[in-house]
Design a protein around this ligand. Sequence first.
Ligand code: TMP
Length: 208
Amino acid sequence: MSAVRGRFISFEGADGAGKSTQARLLAERLRDAGHTVTLTREPGGSPGAEEIRKLLVEGDPARWSAEAEILLFNAARRDHLERRIAPALAKGHIVISDRFADSTRVYQGVARAELRDLVDRLHALMIGTEPDLTLVVDLDSPTGLSRGLARQSGEDRFEELGASFQARLRAGFRALAEEFPERVKLVDGAGRPEDVAARIWPHVAALL
Ligand code: TMP
C-alpha cells in the first residue's frame, strides 16, 4: 500500500472539538477547487468497519478492556484502509479521514491506559500507513465535552468517561504534535467554524 498518489489528511482531537465540522468544510473547499475528495471517518468508513464501530462506541464504558479495544480499532482500520482509503489514494483522491491512528495512540495509548508501545507495534504490523498531514483541532476540554454530550448521539461511550479523561486526551494530542512536528499540526479550535477553517487552510495549501 505504499505507491500512494493522492493525499491523505486526518483530523484529530478530543470529543466535541469540532473536527467533524472542519473535515466537512475542508472537503467542500477542496471539491469547490476541483479536487476529487473522499471524506471518511474512523472508527468506520467501510461497511465492515462501521459494524465494528457500533461495538466500540455504544454501551457501558467498561464493556471492553483497553487491549481488546486496540484490537477492534485495528481490525476496523485495516478494513477501512484496504477497502476505502488505499483504493481512493491509488485513484489520486484527496482522502480526508475524521480520525485515524493517532486516535488510538492517544485514547488507548495514553488516556485510557499506558499502552502506547502495544499500539505502536500493532500499527506497524497491521496498518503501516500514516497520513501526509494530521490536523489536531485543539479546544479547551470543558467546552468540547459539553458539545459532545449535548449531541446525545447514543455514541457516548468515551465521552461518558468524564472531564479528567477529556483533559488527558487534549494533553495526549498536544504531545503528538510535538512528537511528529512535520506531520501533525495543532490548530486552535476556538471561535466560529469559518475562523477555525481559515487556520487550517494554510497547512493544506502547503501540502497540495
Ligand atoms: P467520533 O466520536 O469522533 O466518531 O469517535 C468515536 C469515539 O471513538 C471517540 O470517543 C474516540 C474513540 N476512538 C478511540 O478511542 N480510538 C480510536 O482509534 C478511534 C478512531 C476512536
